[in-house]
Design a protein around this ligand. Structure first.
Ligand SMILES: [Zn+2]
Length: 118
């Protein structure tokens, strides 16, 4: 029996490509989750910055309205991004349980709350 090295390589590459594609999907989803918590963290930081500037302004009497406006703009931008990310995550929850009304992931077979078959 002749051993065909090319076939083996092609086969292995195929398996690898499929696994990589699957991993890519999983990474995409958790990346969205990560982005959301990062965004929340950044928004918190910006609020702290804003509070510090406000404090400094009252302490020193300097007018820092310009700096504050800049940070408020950044917070708005981050909030918009977070809202978009929330919408994209919620869009994945498209199976509503007809017993308890809980929104479940589109891929779920059973309700996460009451365990009913979806
Ligand atoms: Zn349910």
């Amino acid at each position: 029996m002749a051993f065909n090295f090319d076939d083996l390589v092609t086969g292995a590459k195929d398996v690898f490509d499929k696994a990589a594609a699957k991993a890519g999907e999983a990474i995409d989803y958790s990346k969205t989750q990560l982005d959301r918590s990062q965004l929340r963290g950044k928004i918190k930081e910006k609020y702290c910055e804003l509070g510090k500037i406000c404090y400094d302004m009252h302490e020193c009497g300097d007018d820092k309205t310009g700096e504050m406006k800049k940070i408020i703009g950044e917070i708005k931008e981050l909030s918009d991004k977070l809202e978009e990310a929330d919408i994209s995550v919620n869009a994945k929850k498209s199976k509503t349980c007809r017993f308890c009304g809980t929104a479940n992931d589109a891929v779920s077979a059973y309700c996460t709350k009451c365990g009913e078959k979806l």
